[in-house]
Design a protein around this ligand. Structure first.
Ligand SMILES: [Ca+2]
Ligand SMILES: [Ca+2]
Ligand SMILES: [Ca+2]
Ligand SMILES: [Mg+2]
Length: 575
């Protein structure tokens, strides 16, 4: 597997937003801003990536909602930030717009970019600050319950107490640029509140860095939006982990930095839970092997290959059928992850007239390279060549059954599992989506939960893909013929036409679910990742250097002995 390609494919940046000196568009009080982030597509359209929370009555808001975005070095990723003033559910007024690029943010000093906002009339309407943090590959789950004691009540009226809420910040290099990562709800009239348990990925709170100081501020909530700062303290996850392994809840004192560090009550960490979860990258670094299998739909619903409307039509000039386009661009993405670049390739739903396999019966599974002994071909070129040869020599037919090719992949997955290898298989099916054995394929998919298998279905053409969406099962509603649900999701469906013009989006869509699917399988089977192969290499290297040094020492000492160390190298050390 190509590690560079892989880490590039899943490199992500987390963006945090603040605004300063926003124009006031509210009639009664001040603006109620929120931000929408857009990214430019290859067709020059803006597509919405995410949205922050709404902050009431604030012209200098700091948003707690961050937006995670994939970052590709080689691609220009233009961004548009729209700051809106909330009017009602269906209505907003535009405060201002800023355009920038992801590279500009990633490349800015400390990865903090400040840009002017412009109103629709082209007038300056405030500033936007975007901070970026590279997302660490950390999947651990975090659960923290905190309570407050003796939070100061600064209200003058006695009919109303303090309404404390908490803000959590990541402190990066120093504490001059804290990043707001969580804001609690406020508890009405209470100096001894217990806030809702925080449940999130540890990535969200501290970017998976358990020594990173996290600042907690306590505030008094005011309906006017002019909340009152009461005090602050810091902690880190490691500290909590240590005290909770000794069953000691952790207590911290709030200090008011604006009032000579005067005491401002305490915070108690009542409950703490860190659940370690491995990532796709952990498995890849341990040398996880992935293997691709290809299945191609040659049923008559795709149209006769000589017919111009056919999805299998290869014209003289453009030279490429829709299937071939999809094979080329999707295999190109996935072949990087196949460790030996050898791919077994199958066809279904036609009568092949090859040299060996030559029949007037419709086959629902056959090796596309005409070699029943070894259906593997090498690399993308081998796959393209194989498809081109095959399409000339077959009679398309029906019905469309995908069960046989899934069953074949299941069989291979079972074998690989029995052998005890850590192979994970990816079956890629290219089809126009009009299959005739939906229930059978649902049963297959649900039965495959325990198998090291993912299925990526690429929908060719513009037919109705409802059946494929059912298999994709992103809403977890799929049930087998016995009424059982799947233990995990193992199918991703990609409608090729929607993404074929944009290689970045296509690759994102093809790879969207695979990493999690693999991790979920490993969790289900309780298989931890192997130690990273590069660490093994490093150990070997250090051992080698040590041996070399020993040799030099021995030679300079010239003892006249041939020592046991010499010439035995790694083997002796157990590598
Ligand atoms: Ca392979
Ligand atoms: Ca899915
Ligand atoms: Ca999906
Ligand atoms: Mg068909």
């Amino acid at each position: 597997m190509d590690q560079n390609q892989l880490s590039e494919a899943i490199q992500k940046l987390e963006l945090f937003f603040s605004c300063r000196q926003l124009d006031d568009l509210d009639t009664m009080s001040v603006s109620d801003p929120y931000i929408i982030l857009f990214q430019k597509t290859n067709q020059n359209n803006w597509s919405k990536i995410g949205q922050t929370e709404l902050i009431w009555n604030n012209l200098n808001p700091n948003f707690a909602t961050s937006i995670i975005i994939e970052y590709y070095f080689e691609v220009h990723q233009y961004l548009k930030l729209e700051v809106h003033h909330y009017v009602s559910q269906n209505e907003s007024k535009m405060i201002g717009i800023a355009e920038t690029s992801l590279a500009a943010i990633a490349g800015a000093k400390d990865q903090i970019l400040m840009a002017d906002l412009f109103s629709l009339q082209g007038k300056k309407s405030g500033k936007i600050v975007v901070k970026a943090d590279q997302v660490k590959h950390c999947n651990d789950d975090l659960e923290i319950t905190v309570s407050g004691q003796n939070i100061p009540d600064t209200r003058i009226g006695f009919w109303h107490g303090a309404c404390p809420f908490l803000r959590f910040y990541r402190l990066r290099k120093d504490d001059s640029n804290p990043i707001l990562v969580y804001e609690s709800e406020f508890i009405k009239d209470s100096s001894n509140p217990t806030w809702k348990t925080i449940q999130c990925k540890s990535q969200k709170l501290c970017n998976g860095d358990y020594q990173m100081p996290i600042k907690v501020e306590v505030w008094d909530h005011r309906t006017s939006g002019k909340h009152l700062y009461l005090g602050e303290t810091t902690f880190c996850i490691e500290e909590l982990r240590d005290s909770f392994t000794q069953n000691k809840p952790q207590k911290k004192e709030f200090r008011n930095k604006q009032k000579n560090n005067s005491p401002a009550g305490t915070i108690t960490f009542e409950k703490f839970n860190l659940k370690c979860k491995y990532t796709f990258l952990d498995y890849c670094e341990g040398g996880q092997q992935l293997n691709l299998i290809l299945g191609i739909d040659f049923t008559a619903s795709n149209g006769h290959p000589k017919d111009k409307k056919s999805l299998h039509y290869i014209s003289q000039d453009s030279n490429s059928s829709q299937y071939l386009q999809a094979i080329t661009s999707v295999v190109e993405i996935l072949i990087n992850y196949d460790h030996d670049k050898k791919v077994p390739i199958y066809g279904f739903g036609c009568q092949p007239a090859f040299n060996l396999i030559n029949t007037n019966q419709t086959l629902h599974l056959f090796p596309l390279n005409d070699n029943p002994e070894d259906p593997e071909v090498y690399g993308l070129d081998g796959i393209v060549q194989c498809y081109r040869n095959a399409i000339q020599n077959m009679q398309l037919d029906g019905p469309t059954y995908i069960h046989p090719v899934i069953a074949k992949a299941m069989e291979m997955a079972v074998q690989s599992k029995l052998k005890g290898s850590q192979n994970y298989l990816i079956l890629m099916i290219l089809t126009d989506g009009q299959t005739d054995d939906l229930q059978l394929s649902i049963d297959d998919v649900i039965e495959s939960s325990h198998l090291p298998l993912s299925i990526i279905i690429v929908g060719i053409g513009n037919a109705d893909f409802k059946k494929m969406t059912i298999l994709d099962n992103d809403d977890n509603s799929m049930v087998n013929s016995k009424g059982q649900k799947a233990l995990r999701d193992l199918v991703q469906f990609v409608p090729f036409n929607q993404f074929k013009h944009d290689s970045t989006l296509l690759s994102r869509e093809v790879l969207a679910e695979l990493p999690n699917q693999l991790v979920e399988y490993m969790e289900l089977m309780k298989i931890p990742p192997k130690p990273p192969t590069y660490k093994k290499n490093l150990l070997q290297y250090q051992q080698f250097q040590q041996n070399q040094q020993n040799k030099v020492n021995q030679q300079s000492g010239n003892t006249g002995f041939t020592t046991q160390n010499q010439g035995q190298g790694f083997a002796q050390q157990g590598f």
